[in-house]
Write a protein that binds this ligand. Sequence first.
Ligand code: F6R
Length: 241
Amino acid sequence: MRIVRAKDYEDMSRKAGDIIAAQVITKPDCVLGLATGSTPIGAYKRLVEGYEAGDLDFSQVKTYNLDEYRGLPGDHDQSYRYFMNTNLFDHVNIDKANTHVPDGLAEDYEAACAAYDEAVAAAGNQDLQLLGIGNNGHIGFNEPGDAFVRGTHCVDLTESTIQANSRLFDSIDDVPRQAFTMGIGTIMAARTILVMANGEVKAQAVHDMIYGPITPACQASILQLHPNVVLVADEAALSLC
Ligand code: F6R
């Protein structure tokens, strides 16, 4: 795992945004695995600026997002589809038909999850997979547990994730209790994985990801087995390393 130290959120966003931009420049028809949450917002802004400056062309890029809340339609302002549209897709020349987020309303969700994995594989897998990390070490919504789940699946969110994500909802009762997430096998199929982390609240998870035992109790620890991971993190997130 290569560690890129950043001073603060702005610096992390610039560095990570530039790594994604380099991917788009060097392979214009690349497949990007994307994440939501507070962490990547600044990096997406950097990509929008790159597009506006005429440096980036997204017309051939395909994207597959990590996850979506179960039960939220794509036009709900807390859905991850809405997040991606408003933070990135609406502001660059990407073809929305080439952007994919798990369907939060899928009724036959097992079939929908299997189809999602097949679509990622049929696209040739992710050239670059962007990840944030949960305070509890989750990646995507793969929560701490006793197994690593291979494919896209439905998860029960842990109390700590519901608590952490409630900051974005009117009330904690509004936070969905389940989500669909790419599995660990789908994530690990990416040729490059770019992890971003900022803030002291992530310090323990970042430490365990890099130096802890490889265990499903810290799902991010599996990244120790991937040959091409870059972590871009600020000083606070690296404070226990
Ligand atoms: C989001 C995702 C999650 C987040 C993680 C960190 O698509 O898959 O794993 O990356 O919960 O969230 P933030 O960035 O809000 O701290």
